[in-house]
Design a protein around this ligand. Structure first.
Ligand code: SF4
Length: 411
């Protein structure tokens, strides 16, 4: 395996920068997971003897079955009372300052670098949970090749089991796709995403129109491919569109800590919510408030704001470049549904940013609202796993080009 990996090309995205800004923000808001090796290495150290704040403190916990399922992790560092990792001292990692980087939990050693192995090589990206990555701070990744190669080696040592299965590629359910065909489609999707003369809603919808046209060619069907939809004339959201958005929002932007069965998309819960709770007006919840779709639609999402546009572009580009939206990159979704899901995620980002702005009493969405929404979404997408039933439900609910047009137009 290792020889094979060394031969694979490491692809680095253009236009993406990263350097740690030392703000300490990334070390908060989560319970840092640890492999068994991490746990024994770190818990063996007498932390109380090194700093008073650790005296009498229980710093670690075992992960529950549902938390550790399909992950290399067995334990976690307990979040401190202030919501930060207890090892964050004066905005610096105490483990790192007392020992060296290699003593820290594996996930912290690699953070925010991510690597995805595919048939055409390994694709590097940075997680937008990191404030430095979100703000595009520091040197371009393309100028850090040697460092990234070193990180990739560490990644392979820490996660030897990382072997994504790309053999089940599909354009849509039942329509297979080769990797070379995929790469052609990806180039087109990125070209469309780069068209600055259009809004992101239109760029994503154009991507969908392109893929649906390619699907028709593949099927050699005489049925007509969807006509490009105008966002201006897209009909209002239907009940099921709203239920879908509420269900996804509650998973990707939870207002409380999620328990067993709540972390991932659950078909039965969605069915229950759609049928039995369908008579309740669907609302987007944020902090202690909730908003109707109509209220949020009235608020404009800023397009043409250089900072926000740049952030959204980098976010969507990285997901596509890193192949983190379909196939082995996300729940084994087909290409079309993976791309539609990514587009719906953008719609959710708009809704969440507006709701955050409203909750703080503002009339306009700010860059910081979008940053908060992107970081939360990125974190949850990294934790979310789609089982077969959930993926099948996504295929059913997110294949429609016209549903996508309604969602993009009215979010
Ligand atoms: S262990 Fe160190 S690097 Fe990791 S979250 Fe805690 S303070 Fe941050």
């Amino acid at each position: 395996m290792s020889n094979q990996v060394e031969e694979l090309t490491l692809h680095i995205p253009d236009g993406i920068n990263y350097e740690c800004t030392g703000c300490g923000t990334c070390c908060g808001g989560w319970s840092v997971p640890m492999t068994e090796e991490d746990y024994f290495r770190i818990s063996d150290i007498d932390w109380a003897a090194r700093k008073d704040k650790f005296v009498g403190k229980s710093l670690f916990r075992e992960l529950k079955d549902y938390e550790s399922k399909d992950t290399p992790y067995t334990h976690a560092i307990k979040e401190g009372e202030d919501g930060h990792c207890p090892f964050l001292v004066d905005k610096l990692c105490f483990i790192h300052s007392q020992f060296e980087s290699s003593t820290k939990p594996s996930i912290c050693q690699l953070f925010p670098y991510c690597f995805n192995e595919t048939p055409s090589g390994i694709y590097a990206t940075v997680s937008f949970v990191s404030v430095g990555a979100v703000n595009n701070s520091g040197k371009a990744l393309s100028e850090q090749r040697e460092y990234l190669e070193q990180k990739l080696k560490e990644f392979k040592t820490l996660y030897p089991e990382h072997q994504p299965n790309w053999s089940k590629l599909q354009m849509s359910t039942g329509i297979p796709l080769t990797w070379d065909e995929y790469l052609e489609h990806e180039a087109k999707l990125i070209e469309l995403l780069r068209d600055e003369s259009k809004t992101f809603d239109q760029r994503l919808l154009d991507g969908s129109t392109y893929l649906m046209g390619e699907l028709k060619k593949k099927r050699e069907s005489s049925s007509s491919s969807p006509q490009p939809v105008s966002l201006d004339s897209a009909p209002a959201l239907k009940g099921l569109d709203k239920q879908l958005l509420v269900a996804l929002h509650s998973i990707y932007f939870p207002v409380k800590t999620l328990g067993r069965g709540e972390q991932n998309f659950n078909f039965y819960r969605f069915l229950y919510q759609s049928i039995f709770l369908g008579f309740l007006p669907p609302r987007i919840k944020v902090l202690m408030k909730s908003y109707s779709f109509e209220e949020l639609e009235k608020m404009e999402f800023p397009f043409g704001d250089e900072e926000i546009d740049n952030l959204i572009y980098r976010y969507l580009f990285q997901r596509i470049f890193g192949k983190l939206y379909f196939g082995a990159g996300f729940g084994q979704l087909s290409l079309i549904v993976g791309f539609h899901h990514l587009s719906i995620i953008y719609a959710l980002l708009k809704l969440q940013s507006k709701a955050l702005a409203k909750a703080r009493g503002a009339e306009k969405v700010s860059y910081l609202d979008v940053v908060a929404a992107v970081r939360q979404l990125e974190k949850r997408l990294g934790e979310t796993a789609l089982d077969g039933m959930a993926a099948a439900t996504y295929e059913l609910l997110m294949f429609s080009h016209t549903r996508l047009s309604r969602i993009l137009a009215h979010s």
